[in-house]
Design a protein. Structure first.
Length: 202
């Protein structure tokens, strides 16, 4: 599974912007509380491109979102072509309003960044609505219950990290390279993807 989806960061945003729901970073990319918050952050980021930097075409958008230093020329050309098609534009220089096209732009960027689009139109619609406010309580109210993680079922979806690690430490199971006492966050991601079989977690 792509790192972005594992970290609830479908837009592959860099850490440190202080978005609501941002909980840390891993591998140079932000980690979010759940996918809803990751989608909202991505949308807030795009709205900033329009409102603060005046970006109104695919060329400028991709140049900022996927800069040359992080992406090959071929990848950037493909990125622009995909967004042009998603937005029904004729060229990368055609003007469009980001805020008015988020329902098309968000799925296209998620697909480009993650190689798949696991979110429904309804989920994206909620994230777009939540991006319209900076009030944390209002954001939580709009987003509602957290989305389930887009990971294969391992039977621990409803268990807290504390509970999982407590059970693991009490099991006596040896996991080379896993810092159990330190929280084992990398291990938990692998556990959620079914890479380990732990008694009591089927």
């Amino acid at each position: 599974m792509p790192l972005g989806l594992r970290q609830n960061n479908p837009g592959n945003l860099r850490p440190g912007a202080g978005f609501i729901g941002e909980t840390g970073d891993r591998g140079g990319y932000a980690v979010f509380e759940n996918p809803d918050y990751g989608l909202r952050a991505m949308i807030r980021n795009l709205m900033t491109y329009q409102n603060q930097y005046g970006i109104d075409n695919v060329d400028d958008l991709v140049d900022r979102y996927a800069p040359a230093g992080d992406n090959s020329p071929e990848a950037r050309r493909a990125y622009k072509k995909n967004l042009i098609n998603a937005l029904n534009l004729s060229s990368a220089k055609d003007k469009f309003n980001i805020s008015e096209n988020l329902d098309k732009l968000v799925p296209a960027i998620v697909t480009q960044e993650q190689g798949q689009m696991p979110f429904t139109g309804g989920v994206i619609g909620k994230a777009i609505q939540a991006a319209g406010t900076e009030d944390e309580k209002e954001v939580a109210k709009i987003l509602g219950p957290a989305l389930p993680a887009s990971r294969p079922s391992s039977g621990i979806g409803q268990l807290s990290q504390e509970k999982v690690m407590e059970s693991l430490m009490g099991s006596g199971i040896q996991m080379p390279g896993v810092d159990v006492a330190g929280g084992g966050s990398d291990f938990l991601l692998d556990l959620q993807e079914g890479k380990y079989s732990i008694p009591g977690f089927k």
